[in-house]
Design a protein around this ligand. Structure first.
Ligand code: SF4
Length: 280
């Protein structure tokens, strides 16, 4: 039983920058499948409070485990595997969130569900976001959109803001960068636009990998044409997650890549701005 694998004494709070492995390894395949189908349990990597960079205002952030993508610059590769996270019931996760609900409302902040990719556990994600909404908390999800078609239009209403990770425009370059195609991400962006759902785009700037002028122009043109993109966040690549690749025995192809310099960062931000987008 998952209930036996979960230890209610273990505090939920924990930094996403810490390496976590095999915390849910005692959960059987059968129970994992049941959790994915019901959403009554989920696998969580970490849980933080007081974030000012994961959505509007001050946020409580839950980081789920599980992601189908393999971004070369991922700083949390330990979130790729579902059972690296620890099992937590939806009621416990909601109960934890409730502790902060009053403060979050006063500070005009909210709850952000990130990962990994939270929609890999879409039923758990939807239940947790719905619980937050019933507490009157602003909800944000950070996703690559790969599994977004599993979320119904009605369920989308539980999400006040989607922070969509867009990596690169060119399909072949995207596959080289993350291992899978970007069609589902683009389709989700269009769907959100059609439904007039607020969206931020998160773009990681990696020198030599995601800074191509023509590719960026296409991404910016697409984003501007949607009409629902409230801001674009250009996030400079960094090496903070490198130790995780090494500890996990994964081949890290970016060990010689430096973070972008201010000139390149500004050039890329200006490319988005030139299409009328608000850029940070
Ligand atoms: S989508 Fe996010 S969690 Fe998944 S591999 Fe890419 S950076 Fe890592």
């Amino acid at each position: 039983m998952i209930a036996q694998a979960a230890n209610p004494e273990v505090p939920l709070i924990g930094s996403p920058f810490d390496l976590r492995v095999s915390l849910g390894e005692k959960v059987s395949e059968l129970d994992t499948r049941a959790a994915l189908e019901s959403g009554d349990w989920g696998f969580m990597h970490s849980f933080t409070t007081g974030s000012a960079v994961d959505g509007p205002g001050v946020r409580v952030v839950a980081w789920t485990s599980g992601c189908m993508w393999r971004c070369r610059y991922c700083h949390n590769p330990d979130t790729w595997t579902l059972r690296n996270g620890f099992p937590v019931s939806i009621s416990r996760a909601a109960e934890e969130l409730r502790k902060y609900s009053h403060g979050l409302k006063i500070m005009k902040g909210g709850f952000t569900l990130s990962g990994g990719d939270p929609l890999m556990q879409h039923r758990f994600a939807v239940k947790l976001l719905a619980a937050a909404k019933t507490m009157g908390i602003h909800t944000t999800i950070e996703t690559n959109g790969y599994y977004a078609d599993k979320v119904s239009d009605a369920e989308l209403e539980h999400i006040d803001l989607v922070m969509l990770g867009m990596k690169t425009w060119d399909a072949a370059r995207h596959k080289h960068l993350v291992g899978l195609e970007n069609g589902p991400t683009i389709a989700f962006a269009r769907r959100l636009a059609e439904r007039k759902r607020p969206m931020w785009i998160r773009f990681v700037l990696v020198p030599g990998l995601t800074d191509d002028l023509d590719d960026l122009a296409k991404t910016a043109e697409f984003a501007a044409g949607l009409g629902n993109v409230e801001r674009v966040e250009v996030l400079p690549f960094h090496q903070l997650g490198r130790f995780k690749w090494e500890k996990l025995g994964l081949k890290y192809s970016l060990k010689d890549v430096e973070p972008p310099d201010p000139v390149l960062s500004e050039r890329v931000r200006n490319q988005f701005r030139s299409h009328g987008l608000t850029v940070y």
